[in-house]
Ligand binder design. Structure first.
Ligand code: ADP
Ligand code: MG
Length: 690
């Protein structure tokens, strides 16, 4: 039999039902290759089914039985319930039947008839004397079933509207038989045929595990070749060596009321060595909230300026850009350094230029030496006449690809990326495998302690009392609400409602409101008033999450804290504990929330170590939530899981790194396949980033 290529369209195959093509496409299945890469969600052992349960269980069971009765029952109003009783034929009269129930899915009844044989999968519960399974997965088995659906380990694929798991199973079985699997794009080549068969229709569970591992390796490798190729390219670019005595630095340090921490000094030395070398710097600085990253950035910028180059700092939000700008001006105006602020709708220069005696047509301000801004900088770069350094603050808010875009500039600037989200090692390797890494491990001394308390919302009155007392002592507070990224509109609305609630509670002290829907200058005004101490409390959405620095604010109340991830709460909490006063973080949760959610929050009561929290978060939620795809610019993995498969990721990373060490441009003939794979992976990554 001649086999078909993987890019053969399903629409061109007469055995694929016409009326299912659209539904298949909705699942991403357009070609044979797509079908082969549509991996099962789980496998079911249909060689030996579970016994019909007699008690409630905490895990799902897989049963094979015959349908005794089906009925539709009314359950109040217009609601209907389909109820079906199945029995184990082999158990005879003593067997305990199981009742399956579906609520408000009346069409289910049409799919099942008395006497049908059925495979059912779901978790049994006890209701009165009955054992019931609500909304089980089920599949009707034909009389003379031998084939792929019975008496073996059976794949259950992600199904969709109009496409059942059963239909997919047949389709994928056919696709595996008809496709020349050695031609599938990817790295598995000839070996691939066996891997794909084992993944879908394994002879044993060990086979699945092995096949999965192969596929995860390939999947991770497709990310790592891209990252490591970038690193290889980067290494070949030469930048400019910026060796300076550091006069500006010395003057800055003299003007500070405190000494640098040992960590800060160490990292600045690393950066200084990078800047002084002719190779371009490409460095990631990880430091917990409040560890003093800004000064490190400033040091790098000053060294660059002293060498006669411009430096740019990109911040993820306008508030942050504004804050950095003000902070830099305070520190740099005395040194006579020209700083500029560039936001989407606004720009400002610290030195407008001295126009006395200059004819109007020649009135040009001298170019700024340091430029602070938001993403807008990415697009409008005309201003950089001689860009020597780009600092990207709070990198986790930028996509990997955006970063690439800014730094692929002609003048080959050095790059320093800073992040406050402590990142577990696997993820660092995945997302930042192309960067050298520095850590700020210690925090400046003399920081106020933060005490964290997890409480149910009913305690709000006590919290208000406490807040009022602190405010009367001159302190300030943040009151934070969740619901942000998904719907700005919704969160703005709830923040506004909460604002109205808090005003009388804290009167006569004044309360401010800040959320993502405010115009940039409105946001800045509110922040300015808060910073100046005119507002005692600030009701906010997570726009204040990153970087905001108001040392006098020592209280944070987070409502519905259970809706945030731990890493995000840790970020938020980093807004306080910045001054000398003791700080308090009160995490209020919905009293109805599960015990486990409360326990999760209590991790924050127990530790303030960002790395510990990040690892806990990764364990509890998985990497998808920790670093959303939108933020990373990475497509979601189909099979791989950075928690479960972290070993594989580390292995693949060093494999890819070695590959590029030996053959940076993949020119050796034996690397030809990898080169094609790289091009393909790059295209996919770019497509997924939109
Ligand atoms: P982050 O690492 O979260 O960006 P910042 O750079 O905003 O932290 O620093 C937080 C605060 O700590 C700022 O007010 C900053 O001036 C102060 N700070 C930085 N370094 C030191 C130090 N060595 N000693 C005391 N305070 C410091
Ligand atoms: Mg910061």
């Amino acid at each position: 039999m001649t086999r078909l290529t993987p890019d053969t369209a399903l629409a061109d195959l007469d055995w694929v039902p016409r009326n299912r093509l659209t539904a298949l496409a909705r699942l991403g299945l357009v070609t044979l290759g797509d079908a082969v890469r549509h991996y099962p969600r789980r496998h079911e052992d249909r060689r030996r089914f579970d016994r019909f349960p007699e008690e409630e269980m905490d895990r799902p069971v897989c049963l094979f039985g015959v349908v005794k009765t089906t009925a539709v029952k009314r359950i109040g109003g217009w609601k209907r319930m389909v109820e079906m009783v199945i029995e184990d034929e082999s158990a005879g009269v003593l067997g305990q039947p199981v009742t399956c129930r579906w609520f408000n899915l009346p069409y289910i009844q049409k799919m099942i008839a008395t006497g049908d044989h059925l495979v059912v999968f779901g978790r049994p519960k006890k209701r009165g004397h009955q054992i019931v399974i609500d909304h089980p997965e089920f599949e009707v088995i034909e009389e003379d079933e031998i084939s792929i659906h019975m008496n073996r380990i059976v794949p259950v694929h992600p199904a969709g509207d109009g496409v059942t798991a059963r239909l997919l199973r047949s389709l994928i079985d056919q696709a595996l038989r008809q496709t020349d699997l050695a031609l599938l794009p990817g790295l598995l080549g000839r070996a691939g045929a066996g891997v794909f068969r084992a993944m879908h229709f394994p002879a044993s569970f060990e086979e699945i595990a092995q096949a999965r591992r192969e596929l995860v390796r390939e999947e991770f490798f497709s990310i790592q070749v891209v990252i490591q190729s970038r690193r290889a390219e980067w290494r070949q670019l030469s930048g400019s060596a910026k060796n300076v005595p550091g006069v500006l630095l010395d003057r800055l340090w003299e003007s500070l009321p405190f000494a640098l921490t040992t960590s800060q000094r160490g990292v600045i030395a690393e950066i200084r060595a990078d800047l002084g070398a002719s190779r371009r710097m490409n460095r990631l600085l990880q430091g917990d909230v409040g560890s003093g990253k800004t000064l490190v950035a400033l040091a790098a910028m000053l060294l660059t300026v002293e060498a006669g180059w411009q430096s740019a700092l990109m911040a993820p939000t306008q508030i942050l850009a504004e804050q950095h700008y003000l902070n830099f001006r305070r520190l740099l105006d005395p040194l006579g350094i020209r700083v500029a602020l560039r936001l989407a709708g606004r720009s400002e220069n610290s030195v407008p230029g001295d126009f006395s005696g200059v004819p109007p047509e020649k009135r040009e301000a001298p170019p700024p030496q340091i430029i602070v801004g938001t993403h807008a900088l990415l697009y409008d770069s005309s201003e950089f006449t001689r860009l020597g350094l780009v600092v990207i603050d709070e990198q986790h808010k930028f996509g990997v690809l955006q970063r690439a875009r800014l730094i692929e500039r002609g003048d080959a600037p050095d790059v320093l990326v800073m992040t406050a989200t402590p990142i577990p090692r696997t993820i660092t390797q995945t997302l930042y495998g192309d960067l050298e890494t520095s850590f700020l491990r210690e925090k400046p001394a003399g920081r106020g302690l933060i005490q964290t308390a997890v409480r149910p919302t009913e305690k709000l009155p006590d919290v208000v009392d406490f807040l009022r007392k602190q405010i009367e002592k001159g302190r300030q507070a943040y009151i934070v609400y969740p619901l942000v990224e998904e719907s700005d509109k919704l969160s703005a609305k709830s923040a506004m409602a909460e604002f109205e609630k808090w005003k009388p509670l804290l009167a006569p002290h004044s309360v401010g409101l800040i959320h993502g829907r405010l115009a940039p200058d409105e946001k800045e005004q509110v922040m300015a008033r808060f910073r100046a101490g005119e507002l005692a409390a600030l009701v906010a959405t997570t726009v204040i999450e990153v970087g905001v620095d108001v040392p006098n604010a020592n209280i944070m109340v987070v409502e519905n804290a259970e809706r945030f991830g731990l890493a995000q709460l840790h970020q938020l909490r980093g807004r306080i504990g910045r001054g000398a006063h003791k700080s308090f973080c009160i995490l209020l949760h919905d009293p109805k929330v599960e015990e486990s959610a409360v326990e999760k929050l209590q991790v924050l009561e127990a530790t303030s170590d960002g790395f510990e929290i990040a690892e806990a978060d990764l364990r509890l939620r998985g990497p998808g939530d920790l670093i959303g795809t939108a933020q990373t610019g990475l497509p979601p993995f189909r099979l791989g899981d950075l928690t479960r498969d972290s070993e594989v990721m580390l292995e693949v990373t060093s494999l890819a790194a070695r590959l590029f060490d030996e053959d940076p441009a993949l020119e050796k003939p034996e690397n030809a396949a990898v080169k094609v794979f790289l091009a393909d992976s790059r295209a996919k990554l770019a497509a997924s980033a939109g």
